[in-house]
Design a protein around this ligand. Structure first.
Ligand code: ATP
Length: 916
């Protein structure tokens, strides 16, 4: 068996023979196909899914449901079968709705996983191609580069300064240096995983360098596949909002339990039928707790995650959806995010002159072109693969007849120091006809510091201060034109020179100026962020002058003083830096390490920070940010693993759309919560007020549970998936991180509408005895009303009235809650179809219990006439009428009735404009 072999003990050739592969050309496409068919995909098994029954039972696993089921049991014992039946029906239907919601959320998250499938670069038939990592087979030749996740267990064939971060497997945090020679091990004993330095393992990360390796194990046969515990790891994260709701839920449970106990005790004092009141109190307790809310929240978040996938955003952690809505600072890379990452060389500084790209002298600048092509890992011949900066250099060379492939045969790369964003340069040692030369390219200021000579008219001459001034002036000129500058240098290799000499004592060759066009949509996004109270900060490794020119065009900065360089930044403490953050909007020539400092300094000022990143070294800052955003196209696996969300189009403007979505989700969840709590409060107040007045209970336990069924699921969900006006959402400042759902007027909305719903329900309840009282010309008093209600028929009708109004008013209330500051007539009627469905079903269910003879028996209700229906519908409209009245008063500007109820919920447009 191939998998049992110890490949690390074999030479590359022996291992290749065992694996039946070619260590240079890899497998043929046909052979790879055959092996895939024979051995299956390179996947680890996923944790088992819950069955429908399991999730159904989980829905019932709630203390309140136990109480309810106990009540049902008692009902059966007492022979109250209809009560027991209703309880069982409501409990089961609620659980079924929960299962459906959970299933939908799970499907949304599963489809997201599909989008996040890892990919791998393989060499098949001698050419490189990118394939899904699942399609890798034993024997495939895989390319590794800094930032990549290792897609299978590999026996290394090539390792150029290759370092691996293997903490996922060995727990060791320090990077491990890899090599390719066979290992023998002490006295032939087993070599521990961490010491097998000619192998790399699935799920570990390349922290530096480059390499290739032959796949020797896939899927379950890999080292990580053998660790069962890791395989089934499925962490379910609760979002901060879910935690907040959990706490609110606990508070409400206790509160409502208290109220119900009081209600029950009162009933005993008033000598009411004990069992009836117990059942009513329990039902009220159940109704008062919005137990469906966590499911609504998960579904809202999950659905939003699917919507986000459609706008090129993959959410890796659910909590980031809501955090996105609170982001107040967006720190973005420049290249590729704010710009298009489509580079073209437009100007060149050579022979101490700044020239347009078309006016190069090939003969005199041969070394410059050689540096561009040799110190370059991209390729454009067969297909365009590589970093856009390097591709642009190859295109530029090709314009003058320099082809990398043609050079490749006469130049052999002997050594290399890969590009890294901290050093901001790279170098290669090449042999041409026995002569070894170092070619270096990188940031102009860094290279210039290392040059002692300069190439003028094809001859190296000592570099003088005047040369330096000219070069720097050239850089400044290019930068002012938004060009990205890159300097080139070379040096003949000296026999026996130490390793660290490579990038010193160089001969300066020239500088290219590349245009990387700004994304027009990024300009709009920056302006939108400004309106939304969100600051945009550009963080770039580029030259400060280029950064300023680009920042100015984007509308991020207007003055040079708003830019800070990495050099200045490194001299400041986090606290000092925090003091400068009012003004600074561009950080230039920073290294990825500095990004963490910037994030922390903003956080110290109480800001919620989103940070973009793509490189290996960006991982710490992505983790430190409240929302770490990785690039899907140009980013590394390491950055993606560290991030909360991934932009699949690498586009800054996408962050704006995602943020709008994040704000919308929070808004919707808040609407659902306020709706549910105000409706539930309405039910509690109705019951409580009646009992306090010594009147019979306006609702039976079955009525309460029925209303709970109608309102707690569909209308709340309809609010959860409501469409929001993006302009409005992005026209106000972000909420603060600690903001409670009930803050900014939320509590007042609950109290006002709770009281209103109770008021109209009690009015409906009193209508029946009041009409009788009028007919018999009795004096009005509560005692008289109570006396009338003693008659069973009167009570039945009064309860039917209260039941109908309580249920229907909540449906109307839900419609108004879509936007507390906007008239329902100014919105398109079919915009929220789920709301229409919820309203329709709710109405039918409500009508069924009064109109269907079987149900009137079960619920002890009476049939209603058309006139009665109209009267009760009129009463039920009150929450919506109140809503419209507030909107109208607010619009006329005479009064802002809801202002005293809170700022945010009813904040007027004019306030926003002023704030902006
Ligand atoms: P951003 O941080 O916004 O993406 P950037 O691409 O300029 O901007 P880095 O990738 O850190 O940031 O690059 C910093 C500098 O290093 C660049 O301005 C350029 O001068 C130089 N540089 C970029 N790519 C290479 C490369 N492939 N080889 C050598 N030097 C490079």
């Amino acid at each position: 068996m191939v998998q049992k072999q110890e490949f690390y003990r074999q030479t590359i050739q022996e291992a290749a023979t065992s694996l039946h592969t070619d260590p240079k050309r890899g497998l043929s496409a046909q052979e790879a196909e055959r092996r895939l068919w024979e051995n299956g995909e390179n996947r680890l098994p996923e944790a088992e899914k819950k069955s429908v029954l399991q999730s159904f039972l989980e829905q019932l696993n709630d203390p309140l449901i136990y109480v309810l089921l106990a009540a049902a049991l008692i009902s059966v014992l007492l022979g109250e079968y209809s009560d027991a039946g209703i309880i069982a029906f409501v409990v089961c239907l609620n659980a079924a709705v929960g299962v459906l919601q959970e299933g939908k959320a799970q499907r949304a998250l599963d489809s997201l996983k599909q989008l996040m499938q890892p990919r791998a670069v393989v060499i098949r038939d001698g050419s490189e191609q990118e394939i899904p990592a699942a399609k890798l087979v034993v024997g495939d030749l895989v390319c590794l580069q800094a930032g990549a996740m290792v897609p299978a267990d590999l026996r290394l064939v090539e390792a150029e300064n290759l370092q691996l971060q293997e903490a996922a497997l060995t727990g060791e945090n320090l990077p491990v240096q890899k090599q390719t020679a066979r290992l023998s091990g002490k006295q032939g004993g087993r070599i521990p995983l961490g010491d097998r330095n000619n192998m790399t393992f699935l799920s570990t990360m390349v922290s530096a360098g480059r390499g290739t390796g032959m796949v020797c194990a896939v899927g379950l046969q890999t080292q990580i596949g053998k660790i069962a515990a890791l395989m089934h790891e499925s962490r379910e994260e609760t979002t901060p909002l879910q935690k907040k709701l959990g706490e609110l839920g606990k508070f409400l449970s206790l509160g409502s339990l208290g109220i119900c106990i009081v209600l029950f005790l009162l009933a005993i004092v008033q000598k009411r039928p004990v069992f009836d009141m117990l059942l009513t109190a329990i039902s009220l307790a159940v109704a008062a707790v919005p137990e469906g809310l966590p499911a609504v929240v998960t579904l809202c978040l999950a659905l939003s995650v699917t919507r986000m996938a459609k706008i090129n955003t993959i959410i890796r952690r659910l909590p980031s959806v809501e955090t996105l809505g609170a982001v107040s600072v967006v720190c973005s890379d420049k290249t590729g995010t704010l710009t298009q990452n489509k580079m073209t060389v437009e100007a060149c500084f050579a022979d101490q002159k700044l020239l347009p790209a078309e006016r190069m002298n090939v003969k005199r600048n041969r070394d410059l072109f050689l540096a561009m092509l040799l110190c370059n890992d991209a390729q454009i011949e067969k297909s365009r693969v590589g970093d856009p900066t390097e591709l642009a250099l190859l295109d530029f060379g090709a314009r003058y007849g320099f082809e990398k492939n043609a050079l490749g045969t006469s130049f052999e790369r002997k050594k290399e120091n890969a590009f890294d964003s901290d050093r901001k340069m790279m170098s290669v040692l090449c042999r041409e006809q026995g002569k070894l030369t170092w070619y270096v390219k990188g940031a102009a200021d860094r290279i210039l510091k290392r040059c002692s000579q300069v190439m003028v008219w094809g001859q190296p001459v000592p570099m003088t201060q005047a040369h330096r001034q000219q070069i720097l002036a050239g850089v400044e000129k290019m930068a002012a034109e938004e060009l990205r500058t890159l300097a080139f240098a070379c040096r003949p290799y000296q026999e026996g020179e130490p390793e660290n000499m490579a990038e010193t004592n160089l001969i300066f060759l020239g500088i290219t100026g590349m245009r990387d066009p700004i994304r027009p949509e990024a300009i709009r996004a920056v302006a939108d962020f400004q309106k939304a109270g969100v600051s945009t900060v550009m963080i770039t490794g580029d030259h400060v002058a280029t950064a300023f020119a680009v920042g100015k065009k984007l509308g991020i900065v207007s003055k040079q003083s708003q830019c800070m360089t990495g050099e200045v930044l490194s001299g400041l403490s986090e606290d000092d830096l925090a003091g400068h953050l009012d003004e600074i909007r561009v950080f230039a020539r920073v290294s990825p390490k500095d990004k963490v400092k910037i994030v922390r300094a903003f956080q110290k000022r109480g800001q919620i920070v989103a940070m973009t990143g793509d490189g290996v070294n960006d991982a710490p800052s992505l983790k430190a940010a409240d929302v770490g955003i990785a690039m899907g196209k140009g980013g590394t696996d390491v950055a993606r693993q560290a991030s909360d969300m991934i932009l699949t189009d690498d586009n800054f403007a996408t962050i704006r759309r995602a943020m709008e979505e994040g704000r919308g989700v929070y808004e919707n969840i808040r609407k659902s919560v306020l709706f549910l709590l105000s409706s539930n409060l309405g039910e509690i107040l109705t019951m409580f007020a009646a009992v306090l007045m010594g009147l019979p209970s306006p609702l039976q336990s079955a009525h309460i549970l029925w209303i709970n069924l109608i309102t707690d699921s569909l209308p709340a969900l309809a609010l959860g998936v409501d469409k929001n006006d993006g302009k409005k959402l992005m026209g106000r400042p972000p909420r603060t991180a600690s903001e409670s759902l009930l803050a900014n007027g939320g509590l007042s909305v609950i109290c006002f509408y709770g009281a209103l719903i109770a008021g109209i329900s009690l009015t409906a309840f009193f209508t029946v005895p009041y009409v009788l009282m009028k007919q018999e010309e009795a004096d009005f008093s509560i005692a008289v009303l109570a006396a009338f209600l003693e008659q069973k028929k009167v009570l039945k009708r009064a309860q039917t009235y209260a039941f109908t109004v309580l249920g229907m008013s909540q449906l109307f209330h839900a419609v108004g809650m879509r936007d507390v500051r906007q008239s329902i007539f100014s919105r398109r009627p079919f915009e929220n179809r789920l709301m229409l469905v919820a309203g329709g079903i709710g109405f039918l269910l409500q009508a069924a219990v009064t109109e269907l003879p079987f149900l009137t028996g079960v619920f002890e209700t009476l049939r209603l006439s058309v006139g009665e229906w109209l009267y009760l519908a009129g009463l039920s409209c009150f929450p919506l009428l109140a809503h419209e009245l507030f909107v109208l008063l607010e619009k006329n500007g005479t009064q802002k009735p809801m202002e005293k109820f809170g700022r945010d919920a009813y904040e007027s447009d004019r306030d926003h404009e002023r704030a902006a």
